[in-house]
Design a protein around this ligand. Sequence first.
Ligand SMILES: O=C[C@H](O)COP(=O)(O)O
Length: 254
Amino acid sequence: MRKKIVAGNWKMNKTSEEAQALLSEVVNMVNDEITGDVEVVLCPPSIYLSAFRQYVPVGGKISIGAQNCHEKASGAYTGEISAPMIQSIGVDYVILGHSERRQYFGETNAQLAEKVNIALDNGLKPIFCCGESRDLRENGDYIGFVKDQITESLFHLSAESFANVVIAYEPIWAIGTGLTASSAQAQDMHFELRQHIASQYGDVVAQDTTILYGGSANEKNAAELFAQPDVDGGLIGGASLKSREFTNVIKARQ
Ligand SMILES: O=C[C@H](O)COP(=O)(O)O
């Protein structure tokens, strides 16, 4: 079933003390103020995942996600963390293919297909990110580009496996820039992506797929973005680092 999800990607932010303070504020606000059927996913830096899992009860309104995993299960990959490790501490989701990983760490669609596989094999639900650059948006086939990201990293999956994947459309030109896609631009792309998924897996699977929007989403624009029929929630960066604002974004989705 298509879920409403608001995920907070903390990226490489917060010391241990700061992270604990923000986590406890978010947990309290969500428990006190969120009554709807929205799932909240917190994705802190990996060093805090274990502490977050211990603090946040399993099966409540809040799930925990990692920001990345390696494509191999184990081995000589200094500094990396694996899907089995993430799974072993009870984490629910893993963000894969964020544009920052593609840009700074050279992640490719083929490599991401491997990461998706190992995440699913270990019971983790991928939040698969896709999105085009500003140059492509202005001068190229940006819809085709984003569809290809999905085709090359996800369309080898069975329909049963694909059902565990969440898509996050994040136009690179909107990430951390204050330039949000308009609600119409977000809806257009989400509609195109749902059609693309339908072409591979059929209408039922496509209608059940959760597609999040990310890119300068905040408490001011969230309600309009989430009102679009194909926008099921958000992957929130900067605004997830402020408990009041993040809770307001979640409220806009419930
Ligand atoms: O993963 C989150 C996205 O990169 C959005 O970040 P942002 O909300 O700071 O633009």
